[in-house]
Design a protein around this ligand. Structure first.
Ligand SMILES: C[S@@+](CC[C@H](N)C(=O)[O-])C[C@H]1O[C@@H](n2cnc3c(N)ncnc32)[C@H](O)[C@@H]1O
Length: 193
């Protein structure tokens, strides 16, 4: 984006000016089927109070919503609200909040927190991101986290590594997608002591 006086003013005065809604292939129906085939995360979601930060359309783990105790979507982009309202008609235990991770102040703690490809978007320091995750997660709770490998994101992962037990690491892609190196990050599952 070219930084004009107006965009500079907007980014300073309004931290999250109206977000654009662009098509995101990883939330398409087939891609979500494929990702779930790769992950198989039911054991960390079923019967639990789950928070997913940055869920986009909320498609990825829809098949697990009926199995969870409660599933909350936290997303700053209000364009997705209509998707969540539709999803709620099928899943009464689905809740959502339009807002950012940085400003979210839940009245409850969660058994599982899902953060797929989202920490890169959070405007906090790595130790603040980890401290907030830690505050919101119940003891013995799971953190399912995926990120691209920037130095800043890897610092968040390092804090998870230091403080939590790594339960498993699942590759996001196999076969031709992995071979073509379009995207070859892993998803980590951590358990809080
Ligand atoms: C790359 S997409 C990932 C979507 C989804 N988690 C997935 O893996 O398919 C990043 C998502 O994070 C959301 N997001 C951006 N800034 C955020 C923030 N500060 N707090 C929470 N979510 C944020 C975006 O609107 C978007 O839905």
């Amino acid at each position: 984006m070219r930084r004009t006086a107006t965009t500079l003013f907007l980014t300073r005065a309004v931290p999250y000016p109206s977000m654009k809604h662009t098509y995101y292939i990883r939330q398409s129906y087939l891609f979500c089927l494929y990702r779930n085939y790769m992950y198989d995360f039911q054991q960390y979601l079923a019967g639990r109070n789950v928070l997913e930060a940055g869920p986009n359309k909320g498609m990825l783990f829809e098949k697990y919503y009926p199995l969870t105790k409660k599933y909350t979507l936290l997303e700053p982009n209000e364009h997705f609200e209509k998707n969540y309202i539709k999803l709620q008609q099928r899943h009464p235990n689905l809740h959502y909040e339009i807002g950012t991770f940085e400003t979210f102040e839940p009245a409850e703690r969660f058994d599982t927190i899902v953060m797929m490809a989202v920490i890169a978007h959070i405007r906090s320091k790595p130790d603040e991101i980890f401290a907030k995750i830690n505050d919101m997660l119940n003891p013995q709770g799971f953190l399912i986290i995926e990120t691209n490998n920037t130095k800043r994101n890897l610092r968040v992962m390092a804090l998870c590594e230091e403080n939590y037990e790594l339960v498993e690491a699942k590759t996001s892609y196999n076969g031709i997608i992995k071979w073509l190196k379009i995207d070859y990050r892993d998803v980590m599952v951590y358990r809080k002591p």
